[in-house]
Design a protein around this ligand. Structure first.
Ligand code: AP5
Length: 211
């Protein structure tokens, strides 16, 4: 089954995707992670994406759509689209692409988390520079400060998790991404989950939705 997981920055998309990979063997297509890998490798795409990401702006649709097309064309299945689509034009382009590749999406699952919770989640988030494992300074600290439990890599704050950049990301989310709720309601794929509960409880509901 292929699904879309969407929600505001910090709603828990990456956290839930990691569980879907570990427990159900699904494949994650995270546009944010793809851009961060391109930035790390200093590719042309990475240099272009970084100028938008550091300011909390969305990378232009044409760039994102082309990147996702490459991944889906490679034949991945049982995938989770995490962070894509993020605008209505991206959702329309995705529909076209899925049609062309004869793939379908079963559910577009929205994680609902109130604004006041998101800021604390994002400012406290830390990530492993090496393997990408996600921590939180209060709710999920690494055992040794700044050291990843999984691979021993350095745990750091994302550039775009600074308060002023978070404000811009949340504003863009309201303007461009929240209209996707209506878009997927019309296609009868929309499912809303309360993401403001313990990670395991959210995951338990998520599994029920996709099983
Ligand atoms: P991206 O990396 O996709 O960022 P995002 O959508 O802003 O989402 P986040 O990664 O910040 O949050 P998340 O929902 O995954 O939360 P997480 O699980 O980590 O994109 C980054 C940038 O790339 C964008 O701003 C844009 O510039 C660009 N971009 C990407 N895709 C694009 C697209 N399609 N179009 C255009 N531009 C694009 O959790 C957050 C924290 O909360 C963690 O510390 C975690 O431990 C904690 N947490 C998680 N769940 C819970 C819970 N249930 N209870 C308590 N704490 C929790």
């Amino acid at each position: 089954m292929n699904i879309i997981l969407f929600g505001a920055p910090g709603a828990g998309k990456g956290t839930q995707s990691a569980l879907l990979i570990e427990k159900l063997g699904m494949y994650q297509v995270s546009t944010g992670d793809l851009f961060r890998a391109a930035i790390k490798n200093k590719t042309e795409l990475g240099i272009k994406a970084q100028s938008y990401m550091d300011k909390g702006q969305l990378v232009p649709d044409s760039v994102v759509i082309g990147m996702v097309e490459e991944v889906l064309k490679s034949g991945v299945r049982d995938f989770i689209l995490d962070g894509f689509p993020r605008t209505v034009p991206q959702a329309e382009a995705l529909d076209e692409l899925l049609n062309k590749l004869s793939i379908s999406i079963s559910k577009a699952i929205f994680l609902e988390v109130p604004k006041q919770e998101l800021m604390g989640r994002l400012t406290g988030r830390r990530v492993c520079k090496n393997c990408g494992a996600v921590y939180h300074i209060v709710s999920k600290p690494s055992k040794l400060e700044d050291v990843c439990d999984s691979c021993g890599g350095q745990v750091v704050q994302r550039n775009d998790d600074k308060a002023e950049v978070i404000e811009a990301r949340l504003k863009n989310y309201d303007e461009y991404t929240s209209p996707l709720k209506d878009y997927y309601t019309k296609s009868h794929k929309f499912v809303e989950l309360d993401g403001n509960r313990a990670t395991e409880i959210v995951f338990s509901d998520l599994k029920k939705v996709i099983s």
